[in-house]
Design a protein around this ligand. Structure first.
Ligand code: GLN
Length: 547
């Protein structure tokens, strides 16, 4: 029998503080190993008790990223897909909630044979089972497991214990990367390593030793700092990797390679250093920095928080970046809170300054009247409009109100008593909503659609059959399709059954770009392969610039 191929596991754990780009670092580790010809998969383990990210407010925890199989996951899965082109599966995402739910399910089924079921070791064991299931599902040679949170956090213990149990069983296959942060207090003006030393001590206290320390900081880690950390961790200096702030996130793998990280990492995990192929990526990272022409895109946000909308709309922002860069433009993104238009319509005029607007996904009534005003203003004034899921529904309602004259038309989501429910609850959702069965029950994941010949969508894709990712409970009401089409709105994408409207658009002779999708194209854009609809939208925006 052929020997089982060695599979390697690399845990990426945070120290000092969160939000320093652990996801990008984990994705970049995947990228550099993949560029050496290895089959990698990245998985994310989140500490919260939620079963998935689908029920968490995006302003709180960032975008809900949807996989092909419909998993509603942490935004980091989007980073992994954009960096390594992996197709994330349910197995690539673990939460404390999933782990406990499964252990309790088995206990109820008498699968523990009468034993008492304990947090230790039954919880870490289930975590290990899930990590191995992810490896098995993806057939990866190297599995990179990113832990949310930072060492020392109470909820992280069972996960760290899982890493320790795996490492003690298979020391030659399991490795730890600590992502730390080096602050530079303004009064001192020099980098400090003490918080990193504490993070390393925290790791020691749970029986783990870092194999690498990645030092996030505003500037490159100085040699002195590297020496100090190297001494404290008893690690050779080449295993202390500098990760300074970057112009674009796509610089991170390139910078890692400048530190010779790929070769050292492969040496330590015991795999041969195959030839590197990062040329395309390096060229892109270089190109981005040289672009100086700007295109002004407004994103109609709904989930603003005090920091920024960057995490909430990360896939939308990245999709705009990919398409704009490919056309030689740098996007200048402005956040538009349409609630102000509800109070003062004259403010809509500010939209004239933009090259185009995007109305992304969203839920609930707040702000929607303002969005509809913006949808109508951009239609009348021929400003490019791109609606993503909710944005397509908004476009349709605004069209019904203003062109069909159905005053008060709305979505059942915003107004259950509306006289004209042009957007209605999907048939299979009615019971679910009634029973408050909200978790993981939307129309989720990949579904196919057929495109209308000669439409803007078909010309953009260059094919007549597509498949895209979804996350919604409401749909264009079949009863209004004919009326809307008779009034000039074109449903250029439909489900194979013809029942579900997947794309709405206005023809080119009516508007430079007025299009909405019931799906989320932003989940499938890649830095070197921008999404065709984003490219078509950006082309229209750039076209508007010229007049
Ligand atoms: N709230 C809308 C629906 O459920 C749109 C969802 C979304 O934008 N993802 O259909």
């Amino acid at each position: 029998m052929a020997a089982k191929k060695a599979t390697k596991y690399i845990f990426v754990v945070g120290g000092v503080m969160s939000s320093v780009g652990k996801g990008i670092a984990a994705a970049s580790v995947g990228k550099i190993l993949q560029s050496r010809g290895y089959h990698v998969t990245n998985l994310k383990a989140d500490m919260y008790v939620n079963i998935d990210a689908g029920t968490i407010r995006p302003a709180e925890h960032g975008e809900v990223f949807v996989g092909e199989d419909g998993v509603e996951a942490d935004q980091d899965l989007g980073n992994y897909e954009r960096f390594t082109n992996q197709t994330s599966t349910r197995e690539n995402y673990i939460t404390t909630g999933q782990v406990y739910a499964e252990v309790i399910r088995r206990e109820r089924n008498l699968e523990y044979g009468g034993e008492d079921v304990e947090v230790y070791p039954d919880i870490p064991k289930e975590i290990i089972r899930r990590i191995e299931a992810c490896q098995e599902k993806n057939k990866s040679e190297i599995t990179i497991i990113e832990y949310g949170g930072t060492v020392g956090e109470y909820q992280l213990f069972p996960f760290l214990e899982a890493a320790r149990m795996m490492k003690s069983k298979r020391p030659a296959d399991v490795f730890i990367i600590l992502i730390s942060y080096l602050p530079t207090p303004p009064l001192l003006g020099e980098q400090k390593s003490k918080p990193t030393q504490h993070a390393v001590t925290d790791l020691y206290s749970v029986g783990l030793y870092p194999d690498f320390v990645i030092c996030r900081a505003d500037h490159p880690a100085t040699l002195d700092i590297k020496r100090t950390i190297s001494n404290v961790c008893s690690l050779p200096i080449e295993r202390i990797i500098s990760a300074p702030d970057v112009y674009s996130i796509y610089d991170v793998p390139v910078n890692f390679e400048k530190e010779n990280f790929g070769n050292t990492l492969l040496k330590i995990i015991g795999l041969p250093p195959k030839r590197k192929d990062l040329a395309d990526w390096t060229a892109l990272a270089g190109k981005i920095k040289k672009i100086n022409k700007e295109v002004k895109i407004g994103i109609v946000g709904k989930y603003f928080n005090f920091k920024s909308c960057k995490d909430t709309y990360i896939s939308v922002i990245e999709s705009v970046n990919h398409a704009a860069w490919s056309l030689g433009y740098k996007p200048n993104i402005l956040w538009i809170d349409t609630e102000k238009y509800e109070k003062d319509k004259s403010k809509l005029k500010e939209l004239d300054d933009l090259d185009g607007i995007i109305v992304p996904g969203g839920f609930g009534k707040r702000g929607t009247e303002g969005m509809m005003l913006a949808a109508d203003y951009t239609r009348v004034n021929k400003i490019p409009y791109f609606g993503l899921c909710f944005g397509m529904q908004i476009l349709t309602i605004a069209y019904a109100r203003n062109v069909l004259g159905l005053h008060g038309a709305n979505s059942a989501e915003m107004d259950s008593l509306t006289k004209y429910p042009v957007i209605a609850t999907m048939a299979d959702q009615v019971e679910k909503i009634k029973n408050k069965n909200y978790g993981g029950t939307m129309r989720l994941g990949t579904y196919p659609a057929n495109l209308k010949k000669g439409s803007i969508a078909e010309r953009a894709y260059g094919v007549s059959k597509i498949s895209e990712r979804h996350r919604h409970r409401y749909e264009v009401n079949p009863e209004y399709i004919e009326k809307l089409e008779a009034a000039g709105l074109v449903f250029s994408g439909r489900s194979p059954s013809g029942i579900l409207m997947e794309i709405a658009e206005l023809p080119k002779d009516k508007h430079p770009f007025y299009l909405g999708t019931q799906f989320h194209p932003e989940f499938k854009s890649r830095p070197l392969r921008p999404h065709p609809l984003f490219t078509a939208f950006l082309k229209a925006c750039i076209g508007r610039k010229k007049f």
